[in-house]
Design a protein around this ligand. Structure first.
Ligand code: SAM
Length: 263
């Protein structure tokens, strides 16, 4: 391990297990015609092996790590470094299609994934995240991890749960398990949603009180009869509804100001 002291505020847990590093790089499978963007390269555990790609862009927020990377890759022409925050760096100017990869800082991991899914310009994304976040992104109706994140994800991308990574693969070891996910943005959306903010309103209300029936949890947004008119049983709970059914409720709300007075 290097002399760099891991910084908690940047979510720094560095990969040290060679077997796991190889497994992640095999899952990414960099090719000569790829433009890879690595988020948070850190001490370059993955980075060295990613230079097989035709072009590699590194985005690192920690100034000390960025200067090490600048020195390490100064003579590698097809590698460029952006010292900045992956939450705000503009990806549009980078030549596309891009493949986004990285062992994401867990403190902003969910925010980064949502940002990249909504940006929509990636060909695919292979990320390590806290295992629970990967479970929530991949969850299907009926699963205990199914909720707002799974529904949002279904609007943008296909999710594949690749494999788990134990805390012992890192230095320092995180307190939680990790997992690798592949997200493939959908060229043709599967879920037809007109207004995302309405969908978020509906899923926040439904999963905010997930043990309640939809009739109760959504009562301030839509009437029981309007739910029935959409073919949705008001006695179901949020966990039983598909992303498209949530989208149908959100799309119906756009044309109404709440439940009819008669209900
Ligand atoms: N890739 C390295 C590895 O696997 O060993 C480091 C992974 S570590 C979990 C997360 C990395 O992301 C750190 O290098 C950290 O400095 C960097 N980082 C944290 N927040 C960031 C942000 N908002 N934008 C870009 N990089 C960030």
């Amino acid at each position: 391990m290097s002399d760099h002291k891991a910084r908690k505020r940047f979510g720094q847990n560095f990969l040290t297990d060679e077997g796991i590093i190889n497994q992640i790089v095999s899952a990414i499978a960099p090719r000569k015609d790829d433009h890879l963007v690595e988020i948070g390269p850190g001490l370059a555990a993955l980075t060295q092996r990613l230079t097989r790609a035709g072009k590699l862009t590194l985005i690192e927020l920690d100034r000390d790590l960025a200067s090490r990377l600048r020195i390490e890759f100064v003579n590698t022409e097809h590698v460029e470094l952006i010292e900045g925050d992956a939450l705000t760096v503009d990806l549009d100017p980078l030549s596309q299609p891009l493949r986004l990869v990285g062992n994401l800082p867990y403190n902003v991991g969910t925010q980064l994934v949502i940002r990249f899914m909504q940006w929509g310009g990636a060909k695919d994304m292979t990320f390590m995240l806290q295992k629970e976040v990967v479970q929530r992104l991949c969850a299907e109706p009926g699963d205990k991890h199914y909720g707002r994140l799974a529904i949002l994800r279904a609007c943008y991308a296909q999710a594949d749960y690749l494999f788990d990574v134990p805390p012992t693969a890192f230095d320092p070891p995180p307190k939680v398990d990790s997992a690798i996910i592949r997200l493939t943005p959908l060229r043709t959306p599967v879920v037809q949603i007109n207004d995302l903010s309405q969908l978020e309103k509906v899923t926040a209300a439904a999963f905010g009180q997930r043990r309640k029936t939809l009739r109760n949890s959504l009562s301030s947004l839509i009437s029981e009869s309007d739910l029935e008119a959409l073919g949705i049983n008001p006695k179901l709970r949020a966990e039983n509804l598909s992303p498209q059914e949530f989208a149908n409720i959100a799309n119906a709300l756009e044309h109404s100001d709440g439940p009819a007075l008669s209900d």
